[in-house]
Design a protein around this ligand. Sequence first.
Ligand SMILES: CC(C)(COP(=O)(O)OP(=O)(O)OC[C@H]1O[C@@H](n2cnc3c(N)ncnc32)[C@H](O)[C@@H]1OP(=O)(O)O)[C@@H](O)C(=O)NCCC(=O)NCCS
Length: 162
Amino acid sequence: MKTHRLIEAVRKSAPFRLLGRRVVRALTLRVRTEREDVVALSAQLGVLQPAVVHLVHVADQNDVCHGFWLNALRVQPAFRRMGIGTWLCRQTLDMARRMGADTVLLTVREDNASAIALYERLGFSTLPSDGALAPELQRLEAIEKRPYRAMECPVRRPEPSP
Ligand SMILES: CC(C)(COP(=O)(O)OP(=O)(O)OC[C@H]1O[C@@H](n2cnc3c(N)ncnc32)[C@H](O)[C@@H]1OP(=O)(O)O)[C@@H](O)C(=O)NCCC(=O)NCCS
């Protein structure tokens, strides 16, 4: 859904940015194991839950989707553009690293410019559309009737040189 341009303008204003930073500082992380391969992470603000995301681990080496995936990120509309999506993604990347990931993958609709901008700022880059994840992109495109892209972010810090 498109946000009204007046709301967009408010969200870019200095006071709103300041409020966003204060809200982010007050967030706590809640982690729940949904299934053996799915961890749900949520940003909590007291009893409110402004954002959720899933970290999925496809452990089967023979699966084209093998690896760690950031899935189903959603920030409640009233809490958008405060930095909460960025905060929750960082927590997710950190958790993936602690679980042994070298990289984290995701898919996103090509027309989702706001999510793509967020992911690029976090260090995700776009994978070739004819690469190993092409079957997964084709599967999503067949369901949604929209083009998708796959993105990847390195999460392991280089070993310090001796
Ligand atoms: C995409 C989404 C997760 C962003 O969450 P958010 O908490 O608002 O994002 P942040 O405040 O952390 O924004 C970080 C950066 O992302 C980009 N961004 C976020 N919202 C944007 C928007 N509406 N327009 C343009 N860029 C945007 C900006 O670069 C922003 O940095 P800036 O505010 O300094 O310019 C949120 O809009 C959402 O839940 N959308 C619906 C669900 C969705 O599309 N999920 C992604 C599925 S792959």
